[in-house]
Write a protein that binds this ligand. Structure first.
Ligand SMILES: [Zn+2]
Length: 230
């Protein structure tokens, strides 16, 4: 009985060591940065696609602009002597319409150029942030791995102590301990504390207390831990 309690004590220590490493600040920061890098990467891809479609829009507007510009040039270069008087009004109004279209196209082209510039700037910022985040991630990773190296010998020592102790524990007791622990009930052994299970604080009825006194241990009906008398 005292050996299995000693065994559990080592087991708790082992758990703490493993947990401390898993929950370390480095590990948390690594996960956060990983999330950030994935998000930033997606953002970069979106910006790249955005820039591509803006460039397409730009090309289309530019083509339209050139077509209209040529039309205006042709109209202006017409020999006025060849034009009948009643056609002049129509010609002028066509030139006017095309000119104002050109003006609008030019304005839209400028808007798109500004958008492309902003998109490229955003892309550059995102790229730099990813590089910075990667560097930080590697710093945390190195520090995490160093921490792991520090606790590894401690974990090995406890594990070998537990292996030694296992030889002195009754096999039935040990397998029961392991199966309860496998059900995520840990610690497996808890003390009887002033009429209560010290694992879940439930009050133990008198008949069960008597059984505990006779047999040395009982299983808590609420939390399924093994209660022992101190
Ligand atoms: Zn309990």
């Amino acid at each position: 009985m005292s050996n299995i309690l000693e065994y559990q004590k080592l087991d708790i220590e082992l758990n703490k060591l493993k947990k401390s490493n898993l929950n370390s600040a480095e590990k948390n920061n690594m996960n956060k940065l990983k999330g950030y890098i994935v998000d930033a990467h997606d953002k970069g891809m979106n910006l790249e696609n955005n820039a591509k479609s803006l460039l397409e829009d730009y090309e289309n507007l530019k083509n339209q602009y050139n077509i209209n510009f040529k039309k205006v040039q042709n109209l202006i270069s017409k020999d006025l002597n060849q034009i009948k008087l009643d056609e002049i009004d129509e010609l002028l109004s066509t030139i006017n319409a095309l000119s104002s279209e050109l003006f609008l196209l030019e304005r839209n082209i400028n808007i798109i150029i500004t958008k492309i510039k902003n998109s490229l700037k955003d892309f550059e910022i995102t790229k730099n942030n990813i590089i910075k985040a990667r560097t930080k991630y590697n710093e945390f990773k190195n520090s995490y791995e160093k921490g792991l190296k520090d606790i590894e010998p401690k974990i090995k020592m406890i594990e070998s102590k537990m292996k030694e102790l296992e030889k002195t524990i009754e096999p039935n007791l040990l397998s029961k301990y392991k199966s309860i622990k496998a059900d995520k009930i840990f610690p497996v052994y808890v003390s009887f504390d002033n009429g209560h299970c010290s694992g879940c604080r439930v009050e133990i009825p008198t008949a069960r207390v008597n059984k505990l006194k006779q047999e040395g241990t009982i299983v808590c009906e609420q939390c399924h831990r093994i209660i022992y008398l101190k």
